[in-house]
Design a protein around this ligand. Structure first.
Ligand code: SF4
Length: 293
C-alpha cells in the first residue's frame, strides 16, 4: 500500500507510518483472525487491490499511536504472560493465525485504542466478540485454558466534560467483558467465513455482494417530525405511517412537516480502504467516478 502525504505532516511521522508495524506481516497463512471478522467484500477487494491502494498519512496517525501503545505494553511483559504471541490453527485445510495482545492466567485481553463512538455502537462490539472468541479458539487448540475474554478500551477522543454530564459516557479506560463461545461455535463460524471468502475470491469485484447494513455501520432510515422554526426534530419515527399518525394527533399539526433522513453508511464513507473499488460506493457517489473518467 502506498502512503501519500498531501497534508504535509512531518517526515519523521510519515517514516514511522510507512514502517510496517503489523505483527502478522509475513505470516504463512490463508488469512488472519482480523481478516475473518472483516466483511467478505472488503476482505477480497483489499487482498486483490493491495498493490494499488493508497492512504493519506494523516489518516493513519491513530493507527500509528495504537501500534506504539502495543509496543510499550509488549515491553512491560512479566514473564508469566504471553504478549503478542502469534498462534496458528488449520480448519478445512486452511491455516488461520492470530496475534493476541495478552494472555495471562487464563484471560485473553485485547487492547483497543479507539473512539467512544465504536464503544457505543453495537456493531463494533460484535466484531470484538468475534475476534476474541477466535483468539480463544487458537489458544485452546494450542492446549491453553481460557476462562475469560476482555477488551481493554482506551478512548482516544475521551472528553472529561462529557463524562461529567452524559449518563452512559464511558470512563477513559474501560474493561469490557466479552461473552465466550463454545469451541464448536467458533469452529462453525470459521468454517462459514472461510467458505464465503473462498467463493468471493472467485468472483469479479462487482459480482461480490456489498456489505450488509450492519457491516456498513449504517443506521436505519428515519422520519423526522419537524416544527417550522425549530432546528431539532420533535420526534424520530421508524416508519412514515407512525410519523403521520403522530403529526395528525399533535396540537400544532399545521406547523409540522416531515423530513426523511437516510442512515449514513459510516464505514463506506469514512473508514473503508477499498471504497474506490466497490460498486456500492460507486453507486452512492457517481459524481466522483464520472469526474475521474
Ligand atoms: S465501500 Fe462499503 S460496501 Fe463497499 S466494501 Fe467498503 S464497507 Fe463494504
Amino acid at each position: 500500500m502506498k502512503i501519500t502525504n498531501y497534508n504535509q505532516i512531518p517526515q519523521p511521522i510519515v517514516r514511522a507510518i510507512q514502517k510496517n508495524w503489523y505483527a502478522g506481516a509475513g505470516a504463512q497463512h490463508f488469512c488472519s483472525v482480523t481478516d475473518l471478522i472483516k466483511p467478505t467484500k472488503l476482505f477480497v477487494l483489499a487482498r486483490r487491490h493491495q498493490q494499488e491502494l493508497s492512504r493519506e498519512a494523516s489518516e493513519l496517525i491513530w493507527s500509528l499511536l495504537g501500534s506504539a501503545m502495543h509496543k510499550v505494553l509488549e515491553a512491560s511483559e512479566t514473564g508469566e504472560s504471553l504478549n503478542e504471541e502469534r498462534l496458528y490453527a488449520t480448519v478445512n485445510g486452511k491455516t488461520i493465525s492470530g496475534g493476541v495482545d495478552l494472555y495471562e492466567n487464563g484471560t485473553i485481553s485485547d487492547f483497543k485504542f479507539t473512539s467512544v463512538w465504536s464503544y457505543i455502537y453495537a456493531s463494533a462490539r460484535k466484531e470484538w466478540e468475534e475476534q476474541l472468541n477466535l483468539y480463544s479458539y487458537l489458544y485452546q487448540q494450542a492446549g491453553f485454558e481460557v476462562d475469560k475474554l476482555q477488551i481493554i478500551a482506551v478512548f482516544r477522543d475521551w472528553s472529561a466534560a462529557k463524562a461529567k454530564y452524559q449518563k452512559h459516557y464511558p470512563r477513559q479506560i474501560e474493561i469490557i467483558p466479552i461473552c465466550r463461545w463454545s469451541v464448536d461455535r467458533c469452529e462453525e463460524f470459521i468454517r462459514q467465513r472461510l467458505a464465503q471468502m473462498e467463493l468471493a475470491l472467485h468472483l469479479p469485484d462487482d459480482a461480490i455482494e456489498e456489505c450488509t447494513k450492519e457491516e456498513r455501520w449504517q443506521d436505519e432510515d428515519v422520519y423526522a417530525i419537524m416544527k417550522r422554526g425549530n432546528k431539532r426534530a420533535l420526534k424520530l419515527c421508524k416508519s412514515q405511517q407512525q410519523a403521520q399518525a403522530y403529526m395528525k394527533a399533535h396540537k400544532d399539526r399545521e406547523k409540522l412537516y416531515l423530513e426523511s433522513r437516510h442512515g449514513e453508511p459510516k464505514r463506506c464513507e469514512n473508514y473503508c480502504p477499498v471504497s474506490s473499488y466497490c460498486h456500492y460506493y460507486r453507486d452512492l457517489h457517481p459524481e466522483i467516478f464520472l469526474k475521474a473518467i
